[in-house]
Design a protein around this ligand. Structure first.
Ligand SMILES: CC(C)(COP(=O)(O)OP(=O)(O)OC[C@H]1O[C@@H](n2cnc3c(N)ncnc32)[C@H](O)[C@@H]1OP(=O)(O)O)[C@@H](O)C(=O)NCCC(=O)NCCS
Length: 154
């Protein structure tokens, strides 16, 4: 695995990727999006989704919605077998770049209070806590921390 992240390719998500994407989502989220939810996103003009591929295998994915000058990260996940190798970094850099290219000035997301790994990733890229959604997650009533990164640069 030492050759990661050099051998990672980032491409736009297509329907052919969705089986792998759903598998990663099931491994990654207590309430994973369904195949139909991801599929609908591929036809959502406000949405941009990317996958990270190693050889032909999808090993991670992420998505944004850009509405006027705000971007919202809807999802970011890496297959458990490929975590802590720098793929989250690659996905985050690409989501920031795509947000900027589509005209976003600021970018936001929600993250579970207990998800320290993801919070570390977001802080590394300049996101800071700016609000709480109380009992946001339906599975366990956990709070969501709202994070923002202002004035994103290319
Ligand atoms: C969050 C997630 C996408 C990170 O992906 P990854 O490929 O493992 O991350 P990377 O190896 O690129 O690491 C990037 C940064 O994330 C943080 N991080 C990654 N793994 C970590 C760990 N085990 N412990 C603490 N921080 C960690 C660090 O800030 C790291 O930067 P550093 O290596 O310079 O310290 C991945 O853990 C994941 O898929 N989690 C489940 C899904 C999820 O929680 N998504 C976010 C929902 S809001």
């Amino acid at each position: 695995m030492e050759d990661i992240p050099e051998n990672i390719e980032i491409v736009e998500m297509k329907s052919a990727h969705l089986a792998d994407v759903c598998e990663i989502a099931i491994f990654s989220f207590p309430i994973p999006w369904s195949y139909d939810s991801f599929n609908n996103e591929l036809n959502n003009k406000l949405a941009t989704y990317i996958v990270a591929k190693k050889d032909e295998k999808v090993v991670g994915f992420g998505g944004i919605w850009v509405i006027f000058d705000e971007s919202h990260i809807t999802n970011i996940a890496v297959h458990p077998d490929y975590r802590s190798l720098g793929i989250g970094d690659i996905l985050m850099k690409e989501l920031l770049k795509k947000s900027y290219d589509k005209g976003a000035k600021d970018i936001t997301l929600e993250v579970r209070r207990s998800n320290i790994v993801a919070q570390n990733l977001y802080k590394k890229y300049g996101f800071a806590q700016d609000g709480i959604r109380k009992k946001y997650y339906q599975d366990n009533g956990e709070d969501a921390i709202i994070m923002w990164k202002r004035e994103i640069k290319e």
